[in-house]
Design a protein around this ligand. Sequence first.
Ligand code: UTP
Ligand code: MG
Length: 597
Amino acid sequence: MAQDYKADDEVLGKAYDSKLMKRLLGYVKPYKKYMAFAIVLNIIVAAFGPLRAVLTKVAIDDNIKGKDYHGLLMVTLAMIGTLVFQAVMQYYLTYYTQLMGQRIIYDLRVKLFAHIEKLALKYFDKTPIGRIVTRVTNDIESLNEMFSSGIVNVFSDIFIVIWILGFMFFMDWKLSLVTLSVFPFLIYGTFLFRKKVRDSYRDVRFHLARLNSYMQEHVTGMGVVQIFNKENEELKRFSSINADYRKVNIDSIFYYAVFYPAVEFLSSIALALIIWYGGGEIIHNTMTIGVLFAFIQLIDQFFRPIRDLSDKYNIMQTAMASSERVFKLLDNNTFVKNPEVPVELKKVEGKIEFRNVWFAYNGDDYVLKDISFNITPGQTVAIVGATGAGKTSLINILTRFYDINKGKICLDGIDIKDMDKRELRKFISIVLQDVFLFSGTIKSNISLNSPEITDEKIIEAAKSVGAHKFISQLPKEYDEEVKEKGATLSVGQKQLLSFARALAYNPQILILDEATSSVDTETEILIQRAIEKLLVDRTAIVIAHRLSTIQNADQIIVMHKGEVREIGKHQELLAKRGIYYKLYQLQYKDQEVTRTA
Ligand code: UTP
Ligand code: MG
């Protein structure tokens, strides 16, 4: 798993990729005014630091030497003026670039979420949740960093360096060349550092991902860890993963600890060269003292952007890698396709027909083979079979969570592939084996925030499935908060809630994947009654584990290893003494014994 993470999440490529950048800039388009404003402002603001150095030269060489008090005051005021102006501009610059960054990532996040919602379940089977969450959160966040500080600051740094070089050569080209003699060392050092940091940064990310996934898995499985008394062993493994993480972090700190002093050292050398060479020129009267002063200031300003460049490099590199992953997800088109011109459905009778249906989750590894059966409107059909026989798969393809490989599934005589999948799903409600509850209230979990489902309808549905009793005993009744996954409710209560949800939607076709988990007898009776209520007046397909449901069914479909082996009523199938008879002997007969006992 950790290896897997490295493959996809931790590959760092270039800090600049023109193809990716072009696509990213597409998202800047709506805000290009902000971008243009920021860049122009940056070019202007970048000049102010070096300009002050030149003003120092003027003050020393012209005003102080010429004993011009008025001129000196003017130059000083001009210096203060540039400072104030620069501060004000800096405010606008920060505000607007951040604003732009936030708006861009808002757009991108919405787009990404909308895309994820459209993906077929197949995609989610194969992708760990953590990875999808990382795309929408961390990856987008690192793009924000690039948009709001990266791109714009790279511009400003480049312009600061250009302005400084311009002013230097304008004042004294020879001294400029002497100053720049340290430049090759600086470039080489930065290059080395960049390479080292890149490698160590990749290691840091890799070990962080390992730490995260270990944490996530163990918090989720805490019950198992505690019941088997595995706390100490798990702690040991965690410590070792954590120690690896610490090591790579310390390595990366080492490179920074070397790089910053090295830049400091080179800047001091440059300063020494300026004083040595410039001082000599002053002694020989070929240079003024003001120029020396100006150069000393400029050299200080010159090294800051260079030092920061390595940080910017990291920002850009992370952003490029993130954008690549985000785009990969955006380009993923594992969709369940909709027809170009869908057949319109006003009303549905509920006639279902499977005609020689073949289906595989992967390649031609068929889990459903040549399935054919008919369900007439209003019928209740029970599907039975051993675990892994293909029961859940059968309903997965009826709702078009997955598309079939061969054959045809018709609803009221129309191929479901010719319908809009959203329309199709409007007529079908599903109650799954494991109930899924969202964080919210009891009410919102029944209505799923549909405006058509009023409070009255919610209460009516709850009453009808027998959930009202336990709900009205909750402190806040229907407004009682439901925690993520419904942790505060019992298994039976969650079942009843999911029945109420299905009933509130009042579907023509109901699909019920009965839970196998056993509940107490009282709840069992409640659930049985609820199911009976659910099944009236609609076509129903029940993956049945309860003998009562099976006995009452109009038709029982017996699945075995992906095939339909027997179809008929309870007594007929028993008389056949085939697969159903065996299943009955093994699984269902006991239920009769316990119930009558
Ligand atoms: P089903 O999930 O349809 O079995 O899987 P079932 O009859 O409902 O079983 P129970 O009673 O709930 O336990 C049928 C086959 O499809 C494979 C499974 O491995 C099984 O062999 N399968 C299921 C996949 O390959 N991918 C999936 O996403 C789900
Ligand atoms: Mg199943």
